[in-house]
Design a protein around this ligand. Structure first.
Ligand SMILES: Nc1nc2c(ncn2[C@@H]2O[C@H](COP(=O)(O)OP(=O)(O)O)[C@@H](O)[C@H]2O)c(=O)[nH]1
Ligand SMILES: [Mg+2]
Length: 262
C-alpha cells in the first residue's frame, strides 16, 4: 500500500511577523500529576510568553497543584484550573482538556518545565501559517538544545528504538514521537482520535496523523532536566519498569495502528 505522507522536518523556524502582530488565539492544556513545585512558574512564564492563550491546568494528583493554579487563575482570567476527577493517566487528562478547550488550535505543555514556555509561539506558528495540522516539538533534532538535560541510558535507548520503529512503520523520519510538546488543530484531532489514557497516546498522535495524511511538522525545542517534583514514571527501579512497560506498549500499539487493527 502506498502511503502519501507529508512529514516535514524544519530545523529552525522563526515566529512570523503575522503571529507576533495578530497574536492568534489558541488553548494550552497542561496535564499535571503533583507539580506543586513548578506550576506557578510555569503559569507565570506561559501567561507572559503567550498572553492571548487560554490555559487549562488538568490536575489529576493529590498535592496543592490545583489550589495554586486556582489562586493564579483569580488574577488571570485566561487560566482555568480543573481538578480532573477520574484521572487515569496523562492521555486521559489531555482528552478531558480537549473537551474543555474553547479554541480550535491546541498545544499541550508539561508542568515540570522540562520544556520552555518561550518556545510555544514557534511550536504553534506552523499551524497558523497553514503549513501544519500537527506540530511536534522535537528534543532530538540537530538544532534542538538539550545541553542542560542529564543523560539517561534507558530513556535515550527507549526513545531511539521507538522513533526508529515509528519512522519505519510510517515511512518517514520521526525524530521525537514521545515529546510532551505538541500542537494540533481540533479538526486534525477529530481525525486522529487517540485511544490510550496513559503515555502511549503521545505516539498515537504523530503516527495516526501521518497515516491519515495530515501534515506533521517537526520543530526543535529546548529541553531541560525536571525542575521539581518526580516523574509520573517514578524513580529508580520503578522508573525503569514503567519506562520498559510503556516502551513495549508503544511498540505494540504502533504496529497495531500500522496494520489498521487498532
Ligand atoms: N493529569 C495527569 N498528568 C500526568 C500524569 N502523568 C504525568 N502527568 C503530567 O504529564 C507531564 C509529563 O509527565 P512526566 O511525569 O514529566 O513524564 P516524563 O517527562 O516522561 O518523566 C507532567 O506535567 C506530568 O505532571 C497523570 O497520570 N495524570
Ligand atoms: Mg517530564
Amino acid at each position: 500500500m502506498e502511503l502519501v505522507i507529508d512529514c516535514k522536518i524544519v530545523q529552525q523556524i522563526p515566529v512570523s511577523a503575522d503571529f507576533n502582530r495578530f497574536k492568534p488565539p489558541f488553548s494550552v492544556i497542561i496535564a499535571c500529576l503533583n507539580e506543586e513545585d513548578t506550576i506557578v512558574e510555569c503559569l507565570e512564564r506561559l501567561t507572559k510568553s503567550v498572553p492571548e492563550a487560554e490555559i487549562l491546568v488538568m490536575h489529576g494528583g493529590k498535592d496543592r497543584t490545583y489550589e495554586l493554579a486556582r489562586n493564579f487563575a483569580q488574577s488571570h482570567p485566561n487560566v482555568i484550573a480543573v481538578r480532573n476527577e477520574n484521572d487515569c493517566g496523562k492521555g486521559s487528562a489531555i482528552k478531558a482538556g480537549i473537551k474543555r478547550a474553547s479554541r480550535d488550535v491546541i498545544c499541550q505543555f508539561d508542568a515540570d518545565l522540562q520544556f520552555e514556555p518561550e518556545d510555544m509561539a514557534r511550536v504553534v506558528s506552523p499551524i497558523f501559517e497553514k503549513r501544519a495540522d500537527v506540530v511536534i516539538g522535537s528534543r532530538f533534532m540537530k538544532s534542538a538544545d538539550a545541553s542542560t538535560y542529564g543523560f539517561s541510558f534507558f530513556r535515550t535507548l527507549g526513545n531511539r528504538v521507538v522513533n526508529l520503529w515509528v519512522s519505519l512503520l510510517c515511512g518517514q523520519s520521526m525524530t521525537d514521537v514521545t515529546t510532551g510538546y505538541k500542537a494540533w488543530t481540533r479538526a486534525a484531532m477529530q481525525t486522529i482520535n487517540f485511544r490510550d489514557n496513559g503515555f502511549v497516546y503521545e505516539v498515537e498522535i504523530p503516527m495516526r496523523a501521518c497515516l491519515k495524511n495530515l501534515r506533521v511538522v517537526q520543530v526543535p525545542v529546548k529541553y531541560h532536566d525536571r525542575q521539581g517534583g518526580i516523574s509520573g514514571h517514578g524513580t529508580g527501579l520503578r522508573e525503569v519498569w514503567s519506562l520498559g512497560r510503556t516502551g513495549f506498549r508503544i511498540l505494540m500499539t504502533a504496529l497495531a495502528i500500522r496494520l489498521r487493527r487498532n
